[in-house]
Design a protein around this ligand. Structure first.
Ligand SMILES: Cc1cc2nc3c(=O)[nH]c(=O)nc-3n(C[C@H](O)[C@H](O)[C@H](O)COP(=O)(O)OP(=O)(O)OC[C@H]3O[C@@H](n4cnc5c(N)ncnc54)[C@H](O)[C@@H]3O)c2cc1C
Length: 463
């Protein structure tokens, strides 16, 4: 182990949360070092792949603070920590202003996409990131950091954090040691670790589509836990429903996805039974499907009206026609019985499931179904031929749970007390997204906590 290099703040992970925290720290005159485990110039991460919309539960960040706080509360059914919810609701717009002032481009694409990293990519299918949104933002933030005498070290995987008198030390795999007053963990979560997914989300981890940068292995979670951190909400993840063929081809992810089709119609397993409440939408359905014995055995069932209507065509990158153009398997037939035959589903059972659903919809009795169907996403009848069966897979973009923090990113111990010098930000934190139906508040918006963590560290160092 080499002698410790010393600075004020060590940041673990050079995604948007880590680079924001480091840049903000340097604005207070703090010396910041960012450790990034990947060695490539354009290292992969979720921030590199992102579509770039900063939103708070699908609402623009400029909405009223009280309204945003209430949205977070409702979306997570009371799960979100109140201090985190308030911090996000209050400072979302301040983060946008800070990014703009730092030269990070944001465009307004309407509805809740009022702040989207620029240039935005909203065309066709498959994975495109070079020269767009997150890629450009990361390059700009890295250049700014260097301009402020901060350092970003590539190929530097943090492996251990320990508290030492007067500060905190981080060791890397390569045998380097860094000493600082504070450490910000911003490693992105644990979605790429099949072992951790198996332990906390589903035994069938290898049957989820990895819809992410492939770099978040749960290092931050492990290191924080070793220092006594509280860990919250690990069972939920943010993700989408995709054509099952996406397990084999990059043409079918990250878009188009099938969330709206599934939420308008029904989702059945290989026995023709519905598997979950479709009304809670694609993120919840992804979680519910992930927990089935075989997550690769469900299909979305819908009709021509759904395929031609807003659920099929309303998204900016819509499944109709992009699924077909990208080569996804989409079964189609004139009757439910014929559809069952081509899709390999039991005809009698599928017919009964569709009939029961249509009858309950007609009678206004969707709650009486097993499982019940709630009204959060509009249920459509399945009655206009031809009928469709889309074989699905559940995709994991990022984990929702993680290291418990307060509104300033201070990592909390199991008694809810801050662990001195230890902070976390970005999608490695827990306590904001989640709850009984995997309520989604947002991904990029967790960057607010990076901004606030740097400000809290600066205040502590100044004292
Ligand atoms: C295709 C796609 C589209 C998305 N679109 C949106 C969107 O429109 N809106 C939205 O809100 N969210 C979106 N998200 C989610 C959003 O991009 C993420 O929530 C956000 O980028 C996470 O940022 P982060 O900095 O926390 O983590 P990351 O971007 O994952 O960065 C973490 C970094 O830490 C590094 N690292 C990991 N372990 C170590 C270690 N031990 N030592 C050193 N470095 C380490 C990794 O290599 C990585 O570079 C999308 C995600 C994807 C994949």
């Amino acid at each position: 182990m080499s002698e410790a290099a010393s600075c004020d703040v060590v940041v673990i992970g050079a995604g948007i949360a880590g680079l924001t925290a480091a840049n903000r720290a340097t604005q207070f005159g703090l010396r910041a070092i960012v450790l990034e485990k990947s060695a490539e110039e354009q290292y992969r991460s979720n921030s590199r792949y992102t579509y770039g919309t900063f939103h708070i539960h699908f609402t623009g960040v400029e909405a009223d603070e009280a309204e945003l706080t209430a949205k977070i509360e409702t979306a997570t059914e009371g799960f979100a920590r109140k201090d985190l919810a308030r911090a996000i609701a209050r400072d979302g717009r301040r983060l946008m202003q800070w990014l703009r002032e730092d030269g990070v481009g944001l465009v307004n694409l309407g509805t809740y996409n009022t702040n989207v990293l620029s240039p935005a990519w909203r065309m066709g299918f498959g994975l495109t990131w070079k020269g767009y949104a997150g890629d450009v933002a990361l390059q700009k933030l890295e250049a700014n950091l260097r301009g402020r005498q901060g350092r970003l070290l590539r190929g530097a995987r943090a492996s251990t954090i320990k508290r030492v008198p007067g500060g905190i030390e981080v060791d890397t795999d390569g045998g380097n040691r860094f000493r600082a007053a504070a450490v910000v963990i911003a490693d992105g979560g644990f979605q790429a670790s099949l072992d951790l997914i198996r332990e906390h989300i589903t035994p069938a981890a290898d049957k989820l589509l990895q819809r992410n940068g492939g770099t978040a292995m749960g290092d931050g979670l492990r290191m924080a836990k070793a220092l006594g951190a509280k860990i919250v909400g690990l069972e939920n993840f943010y993700g989408h429903l995709h054509s099952r063929d996406a397990m084999k081809t990059d043409r079918l992810w990250p878009r188009p996805y099938a969330d709206e089709l599934a939420a308008a119609g029904i989702v059945v397993d290989e026995s023709g039974h519905r598997v979950a409440d479709e009304g809670f939408g694609g993120i919840w359905l992804s979680n519910a499907i992930a927990r089935l014995p075989d997550p690769l055995a469900t299909s979305a069932i819908f009709d021509q009206a759904i395929w031609d209507g807003p659920p099929g065509t309303g998204h900016v990158q819509p499944p109709n026609p992009l699924m077909l153009e990208a080569g996804a398997t989409v079964h189609k037939a004139g009757t439910i019985a014929e559809l069952a035959a081509v899709a390999g589903l039991p005809a009698d059972r599928l017919q009964r499931t569709v009939d029961a659903y249509n009858a309950a919809l007609d009678a206004g009795a969707l709650q009486s179904l097993t499982p019940p169907r709630s009204g959060k996403n509009r249920p459509w009848p399945i009655g206009t031929p031809p009928f469709y069966a889309l074989p699905l897979c559940a995709a994991i973009t990022n984990t929702m749970g993680g290291i418990a923090v307060d509104g300033d990113g201070r990592v909390l111990d199991t008694s809810d007390k801050p662990i001195p010098g230890l902070f976390a930000a970005g999608s490695t934190i827990g306590g904001l997204n989640g709850g009984p139906h995997a309520g989604y508040v947002g991904g990029l918006i967790n960057t607010v906590i990076g901004l606030r963590a740097a400000e809290a560290i600066a205040a502590a160092v100044a004292k």
